[in-house]
Design a protein around this ligand. Structure first.
Ligand code: GLU
Length: 479
């Protein structure tokens, strides 16, 4: 979702080094939006050094220069570094949850964009080996898995590359990911992987780059290689080796970046809105991700209101402002149709003053992209004072509205920069459908097979949106 950058120099550079290049790349990726940032540098003879901070990039830059920062004297001339800007999906935006994450032995550092769907299973498996997590993220399991994969290989007397460890780990992962890893025991190398998340390789003169898009390295090179689904790439300072997850070599598609730097900051689009429109299939798919089990049953474990309380709900009020209120109207259709519970949609600024009838069996659903919409927040506080249970549908992890609500259902649309809402709106609609189906499942107003059928249809929607987007030339012509 957010920003990823990596660089390996063939020779220790003079002047700027790998950390400078990564920080510059993160600055270029700022346009994507983020809530925290971090960098890991691999220093020959000194292992890995990680610095990360919640908040703005300036906080990271200060920390890098600070007493414990990676910019200590031994870092000058560093050849290998990775950096990340995070948009939290699992775990609040804190220093600890910021990336990179380290393996238990501290010898591998990982950054990740996306969602690891089966992280709870992997986390439980790691616990049986005595490895516990220090963060609340889904990402941390990948760092530990790489650590144990390398350790197991060593114990078996097998010497494997970081790329091979990455392939073995990727075969076990479900979900969407761009991953970059550096290891203290594999100097001058970055191993990276992608599935349903973007990753490009930059080919420089005496240096190789990785980025979640070309903006990450556009100051340094315009020669790039695009990776396909389910591929692993290993770069050193001189070149890249690309394989599938099983080790068969493949060749990436080479291309030359012809955008100027300003266009690159919008991912090559004319406007953020164009870019975000194109991100809609992904936003819907990510909002649906990991919320349905194999039998089509919804698992919204993150809603921490008890099932008994939700079964007793006999009235729902959606409070929201602007676009989110339109998503609320869709929620009304879905919930009334599937659950036979009356739903009111109320503009948040009216809610407080109208003196609505709210009781312990009322569920107030607050929808807000940012989680900071002041009128919606005031409505949430008012509803709770009146004894209602409040559930937030929100796109920004750890923001005020979900924090002050009884439960949150996060949309995973990624940051939305344009004022006119596109992908965030679609993901709010998707979350509203999930909520409606979940209530129907709990209240028994729909049979399991009926719910599973709607869920199947929801999963088909990202491809359908993509088809519409693919036909935009025709739409333009007709318009
Ligand atoms: N799921 C990961 C997290 O919450 C990565 C989020 C991102 O794409 O930035 O930390």
């Amino acid at each position: 979702m957010c920003g990823i950058v990596g660089v390996v120099f063939a020779e220790p550079p003079t002047g700027s080094d790998a950390v400078d290049v990564v920080l510059r790349g993160l600055k270029r990726l700022e346009y994507r939006g983020y809530d925290s940032a971090g960098v890991a540098v691999q220093i020959d003879g000194h292992g890995l050094h990680v610095t990360k901070r919640a908040g703005k990039l300036s906080a990271l830059l200060d920390a890098v220069e600070g007493a414990d920062g990676v910019a200590g004297s031994h870092q000058v001339g560093a050849t290998t570094a990775i950096g990340h800007t995070r948009w939290a999906t699992h775990g609040a935006p804190t220093d600890v949850n910021a990336h990179p994450h380290l393996s238990a032995d501290g010898r591998v550092a990982v950054i990740h964009n996306g969602i690891i769907e089966n992280y709870t299973v992997l986390r439980a498996e790691l616990a049986t080996r005595g490895i516990s997590q220090v963060s609340q993220t889904d990402t941390e399991v990948v760092a530990h898995l790489l650590g144990v994969t390398l350790e197991d290989a060593r114990t078996a007397g097998e010497s494997i590359t970081l790329g091979e460890a990455m392939r073995r780990v990727c075969r076990r992962l479900e979900g969407a990911f761009t991953l970059l890893a550096v290891s203290a025991d594999h100097p001058g190398v970055i191993a990276a992987a992608r599935r349903s998340s973007p990753l490009v390789v930059g080919v420089g003169d005496g240096a190789m780059y990785l980025g979640s898009d070309v903006a990450a390295f556009i100051d340094d090179t315009r020669n790039a290689i695009e990776l396909a689904e389910d591929q692993v790439v290993e770069i050193d300072g001189r070149g890249a080796r690309i394989t599938d997850f099983y080790g068969d070599e493949v060749s990436g598609r080479a291309f030359t970046v012809d955008w100027d730097a300003a266009a690159a900051e919008k991912g090559g689009y004319e406007s953020y809105m164009d870019k975000e429109i194109d991100e809609q299939p992904r936003a819907v798919a990510d909002t649906l991700r990991a919320r349905v089990d194999l039998s089509g049953r919804l698992m919204l474990d993150e809603i921490r209101i008890s099932e008994d309380e939700l079964r007793a709900i006999d009235k729902i009020i959606v409070v929201a402002c602007g676009t989110a209120a339109y998503a609320g109207m869709v929620a009304r259709y879905a919930i009334e149709h599937w659950c036979r519970i009356p739903v009111e949609v109320e503009l948040a600024h009216e809610f407080r003053y109208r003196d609505p009838i709210v009781g312990a069996r009322t569920l107030v659903v607050a929808i807000s992209q940012s989680g900071e919409t002041m009128d919606t927040l005031m409505a949430v506080r008012h509803a709770r004072e009146q004894g209602a249970r409040v559930l937030a549908i929100c796109n920004t992890y750890g923001s005020t509205i979900p924090r002050e609500s009884d439960a949150a259902l996060y949309t995973h649309a990624g940051p939305e920069v344009a004022v006119a809402s596109t992908k965030a709106f679609l993901s709010q609609m998707t979350a509203s459908y999930l909520l409606g189906l979940y209530l129907a499942q709990l209240q028994g107003t729909k049979f399991a097979d009926e719910i599973a059928e709607v869920v199947d249809q929801l999963h088909a929607i990202p491809d359908k949106i993509q088809k519409v987007l693919d036909g935009m030339d025709y739409v333009r012509e007709v318009a």
